[in-house]
Ligand binder design. Sequence first.
Ligand code: PLP
Length: 360
Amino acid sequence: MSRAYNFCAGPATLPESVLQQARDEMLDWRGTGMSVMEMSHRSDEFVEIAETAENDLRELAGISDDYAVLFMQGGASSQFSTIPLNLLGNKTSADYVNTGIWSKKAIAEASRYGTVNVAASSEADGFTTIPDQSRWETSADAAYLHYTPNETIGGLEFDFVPDTGSVPLVADLSSTMLSRPLDVSKFGLIYAGAQKNIGPSGLVVVIIRKDLLGKARKETPTMMNYQVIADNDSMYNTPATYSWYLAGLVFKWLKARGGVQAMGEINLRKAKKLYDFIDDNDFYANPIDPRFRSWMNVPFTLGNDALNGDFLKGADARGLLNLKGHRSVGGMRASIYNAMPEAGVDALIAYMAEFAKERG
Ligand SMILES: *Cc1c(COP(=O)(O)O)cnc(C)c1O
């Protein structure tokens, strides 16, 4: 059986060579006679796997010693509450930018712990654009500002990093982590659920500036206390060991491909090809302000919604999987993360052209 091109938004496609290596190491990791899945997280072997993954991530993303890197559980969604519990400190409010469904979820959760000031929102524009920072209404005493650099469902991506001065900047990078260069030093905290661009689900990577540790509220669950997780090298309890190991393999794969600089060039080329095709073909449409179109998630509609089922059926038959759009948006969505080969995008475009010609 040959591998299909999987355009799922998450859990998402992984590099084939990574899966092959995992297969080869499945029963016996480097002569230990054990699978990584069966290893004690306190063993020398696993500690080495864990440290190597962290070091490779630090190198790839350019993370200095001013930051702790945590490998936590509960997905990106658990961070929606972990962040206010840890970062509000003795303040009562935080600024949030609302650019879509993931922003809204983060806002809803933070509202349980403090006052959320929505500093900017593109909801009135149907989340098709990002408000210019000059119009944001931030509050003077915000504990931090939270935003979602890439809205995975809407396909809307920031092309700039907000300037928040001395207010810590917090970013949900779940679907765009390591897809292009980013200056980590501008952030107070970055978090990313692994299952889009890093590895399997069950893991969320948190990069936190060390001066923001140790401010958790008294009632913060121990498992959500960044200081505790940092003090214990993310092994306060049993971590998601296999996901961590696979993330490490993905980091090695990224390094071999030239790191985030090279990935950024490839990803831009992939995205541009697909958007150019959509724009040039009357049958397809994407509603997002071109400046803020996501490099990772490309939603599109067909000229006739009644053909959606046929489009998906034909795509499946060609091994182009999971193109159905999110239920809240409809239409189609192609997620083209780091691990989606350029040939997958080419195959999708070829199919879209053929379908439009026959049925459009
Ligand atoms: C997928 C995603 C989430 C949710 O991740 P989980 O790991 O399922 O909790 C949050 N934010 C963004 C931007 C996402 O893409």
